[in-house]
Design a protein around this ligand. Structure first.
Ligand SMILES: [Zn+2]
Length: 153
């Protein structure tokens, strides 16, 4: 009987993982974070369903925090979206220089001029975002280090 149960579980896993493996690539760390997230999502779902051990609620809560942090690690742009740094209005000097570059190199050109004060602001924001990303990753791996050994049913 257990062999039939195992085989049915194998088929269910196959149905879940084959499309995920199809999406997987090896050239970017986002795929590593994505795989970890899928695995933790499955574990959280199972622990929530089974409710076999004392403190499962806390474990699932920790897992959800890890999932949220992994999503942020996967989507680098999420930080930019969260803080809207790239949607900020450009200064007049930068805009006029940009128009001049467009005239010179065409409408589709990727050239962008930034004046010194704008470069300073951009660098400061960029450094701040980097610090945020690092803090998220540090928290993620500390949480995994501290709590992941408890995650079983
Ligand atoms: Zn400017």
């Amino acid at each position: 009987m257990w062999r039939i149960t195992n085989f049915i579980q194998f088929l269910k896993d196959l149905v879940y993982w084959v499309p995920k493996i199809w999406q997987d690539r090896d050239w970017d760390p986002i795929y590593l974070y994505q795989f970890m997230r899928w695995k933790i999502e499955r574990m959280a779902k199972r622990i929530t369903k089974e409710r076999r051990h004392i403190g499962w609620e806390r474990d699932v809560r920790d897992m959800k925090v890890c999932i949220a942090l992994l999503k942020r690690c996967e989507l680098d742009d999420i930080y930019d979206d969260m803080y809207g740094f790239y949607e900020r209005k450009k200064c007049e000097k930068c805009l006029s220089e940009h128009q001049a570059l467009k005239k010179k190199y065409g409408e589709d050109s990727y050239f962008w001029h930034s004046c010194d004060p704008c470069v300073k602001i951009f660098r400061r924001n960029h450094n701040w975002l980097d610090a945020k990303k690092k803090a998220d990753k540090t928290y993620l791996f500390k949480l995994l280090d501290k709590r992941a050994d408890r995650w079983w049913t």
